[in-house]
Write a protein that binds this ligand. Structure first.
Ligand code: NAP
Length: 678
């Protein structure tokens, strides 16, 4: 059945009736869907995102948004088979779809979890330390990140209709910015089904997500400097969109992920008998055939030492011979077709364009076979392995991306040459290096790092747990310089920051503490009339403090601590040796002794609302403590944040230990859990 794809505009599903474009199945060319965005009011869509979606999202804290993402992930996991069923028509078999569908869900879950763990339960982020200007400390500066008041326009490529949509959606929503997603038309029926599931879950605030199936019309005319465009696709489209007058006029953030001629390099140290040789061959073959090579991260350039060229080609020929082509609905091991016959024509044209510089050593671009498949109506294409005839003269091999199961073996003579050849790609998403030699790894990795967003150095030690050349991970950067678009996606919270504005706030410490809810030195710290450990989480006020009594530290204390703990380091035990050390005036107290005595000075021993100490941050010992020095402590409530469980909250305390001359000897943040009233 052919469906007419709907767009989600202003929280309503809109069915187009003009300008419809047919979307063929990759398997047999039958029309599976039709799409058009004719009739959509793009100005109203943008307005809805700004006026309804943005305020709704910004009313939530980071933790609340993270919880929504988590709930959406759980909702989708239960229904993912619906997506698998329709995605087969894109040419993807179950294994390919696992990368797209499960990969997208994993990414969503990763952002939900990071949002909970690494972001505060507030509506903006405090970045870095307070900067103090002037000697008296009455004027300070601090960076904050707050969500843009615009819309994130996400334009996605055809090859990952789920992952591509979710990996952009999660960071934007976590930041608090509504999304207008525009999937590539060739696979928009999968993206539409995904958005329908998200929408029916009812877990997002109104206006937080809209979907455009079809062209973007005059959407770009309505964007301003509060908006972000995140594009994935070809270099040509990226150039066209980036050149839109509004993008330059309003300095609209434009994140681009595009063509990439990714390299895999066999190190000069590797022979066919080494395990890295087999790992290399397996990885190249997998990257050529997974998703029929339609991956932005797929290996296109296979760089091998000249002495190993014949052996690598023979091993790849043998491996590719075992690759079967098959109907993705029936065979989850065989390689499926390309997304469309049009895409196959494009890949064939790219192979033809590479012909002056490379011979085909495996496969026939015009012919292929497989059990029970229609290679005329379906967009099937054999894996094609090329061999560069004159590597140092080749140019097209480093410039033309055949976006299908195509790679070229390029022989090199030495390390300098392979670095030079890789750099000719003018910037890639990822390169992988197969070596078991530290020197080779260092030379090549540092030689090509500035041209890459990610480098995989694979050897026998890490192969079993390696996530592979082609897999972007939520925790690590995805993106690359130059030809690859210069964009940065994923990489933990880095991608959330794309949707936020960094602002330097300059003011007094008092104003800063009031604004950020975080005490810093110089802000008022009224002395508490009750030990703060006796107050529950809700009763504690940021800034309230206590100053303890003082306590001398004697030589006996130091010796006792040394023998008790076994830490008899000479700086604590041997006057002459300690004096000879450039940092100490003579024997000094252990840093840990200072910490232990500090705790002894500030704790309130009775059971109370303070439940546990779970760590220290930013510990610095600032000045040695000599025998017979005296220490005392100032303890200040620095920051309060809610915890995952409602019964308690997290309290960050500023601890400053000073000596008898009021000189700080140690500073750190103490982290505790404090009970909330039931
Ligand atoms: P594409 O033809 O450039 O299309 C990309 C997206 O741009 C599609 O959604 C397309 O929509 C849209 N588009 C095209 N013209 C537009 C216009 N004038 N205004 C607004 N939107 C427009 O690329 P593709 O064929 O889908 O994807 C393959 C390419 O993407 C390859 O080069 C691959 O390397 C690259 N890619 C890169 C990454 C990465 O992360 N770096 C990931 C995946 C793919 P329509 O489909 O409706 O035309």
């Amino acid at each position: 059945m052919t469906t007419t794809l709907q767009s989600l505009a202003r929280d309503a599903w809109v069915t187009p009736d003009t300008g419809l474009v047919d979307i063929p199945s990759a398997i047999d060319g039958r029309v599976v869907a039709r799409a058009s965005s004719a009739g959509l009011d793009f100005a109203a869509i943008v307005r809805h995102a700004r006026e309804v979606g943005g305020p709704g999202l910004r009313a939530l804290s980071f933790h609340q948004r993270a919880d929504r993402l988590k709930a959406i992930g759980a909702y989708l996991i239960e229904r993912k088979e619906q997506l698998y069923a329709i995605a087969a028509d894109t040419g993807a078999n179950r294994r390919d779809n696992a990368i797209d569908i499960d990969g997208g869900l994993v990414t969503l879950a990763a952002y939900a979890s990071r949002g909970r763990r690494e972001l505060p339960d507030t509506k903006f982020i405090i970045e870095g330390e307070v900067e103090q200007f002037g000697k008296r400390g009455s004027f300070v500066g601090q960076h904050i990140l707050s969500p843009l008041h615009g819309v994130a326009v996400h334009i996605n490529a055809f090859n990952f209709p789920c992952w591509g949509l979710l990996e952009k959606l999660a960071p934007a929503l976590l930041a608090g910015v509504p999304v207008i997603a525009k999937p590539a038309t060739a696979t928009a029926y999968v993206a539409e089904a995904l958005v329908k599931l998200i929408h029916e879950s009812g877990l997002l605030p109104p206006g937080a997500l809209q979907l455009i199936c079809g062209s973007t019309g005059d959407l770009f005319d309505h964007l301003t400097g509060q908006d972000v465009i995140a594009f994935t696709g070809s270099i040509e489209t990226s150039d066209k969109l980036r050149a839109h007058p509004n993008v330059a006029r309003h300095s609209i953030r434009f994140i681009a992920e595009r063509d990439s001629l990714n390299a895999a390099i066999l190190g000069t140290d590797i022979a066919p008998t080494d395990p890295e040789f087999d790992l290399f061959v397996r990885e190249v073959a997998r990257e050529m055939t997974s998703k029929a090579g339609q991956k932005c991260t797929a290996i296109r350039r296979v760089l091998v030492p000249r002495a190993q060229e014949a052996a690598v080609i023979a091993a790849l020929q043998a491996t590719l011979t075992d690759v079967k082509l098959g109907d993705p609905r029936q065979d989850d091991k065989a390689m499926g077709p390309l997304v469309s016959r049009g895409q196959r024509d494009t890949v064939r044209a790219a192979i033809a364009a590479l012909a002056p510089e490379a011979d085909i050593v495996f496969g026939d671009p015009q012919r292929c076979s497989g059990d029970g498949i229609d290679t005329t109506a379906g967009a099937y294409l054999s894996p094609i392995l090329l061999r560069a005839t004159d590597p140092m003269r080749a140019e097209k091999l480093h410039a033309i991306e055949a976006f299908g199961p195509v790679a070229t073996v390029i022989a090199y003579d030495d390390v300098d040459q392979v670095i030079e050849l890789v750099r000719r790609g003018e910037g890639s998403l990822v390169a992988s290096l197969f070596t078991y030699d530290n020197e080779v790894a260092e030379q090549i990795a540092l030689g090509i790092a500035p041209w890459h967003g990610r480098l995989l150095i694979l050897d026998r030690d890490c192969a079993a747990e390696s996530t592979g050349h082609g897999t972007p991970l939520p925790a690590l950067l995805h993106g690359g310089p130059g030809r690859a678009g210069g964009g940065e996606e994923l990489g933990g919270l880095r991608s959330v920051h794309h949707y936020m504005q960094r602002t330097a706030i300059q003011c007094s410490p008092r104003r800063l503490a009031a604004l950020t809810g975080t005490w810093s030195r110089g802000a008022p710290s009224p002395v508490s009339n009750l030990h703060p450990f006796k107050r529950n989480f809700d009763e504690l006020t940021v800034g309230e403090s206590i100053e303890t009594a003082s306590r001398p530290i004697t030589l006996d204390d130091i010796e006792h601590f040394a023998h008790f703990t076994g830490d008899t380091f000479y700086a604590h035990m041997d006057e002459a040796a300690a004096k000879a050390n450039p940092f100490f005036p003579g024997r000094v107290a252990h840093g840990y002794l200072i910490l232990a005595f500090a705790a002894g000075l500030f704790v309130d021993p009775a059971p109370g609302p303070l439940l546990a100490n779970y760590g220290l941050d930013n510990l610095r010992f600032l000045k040695p403590v000599s025998p017979d020095d005296t220490i005392r402590v100032k303890l200040t409530v620095k920051q309060k944040s809610s915890a995952r469980r409602p019964e308690y909250g997290e309290v960050r305390w500023d601890v400053e230990v000073v000596n008898q001359n009021n000189e700080p000897v140690a500073r750190y943040d103490l982290l505790t859990m404090s009970a909330r009233p039931t």
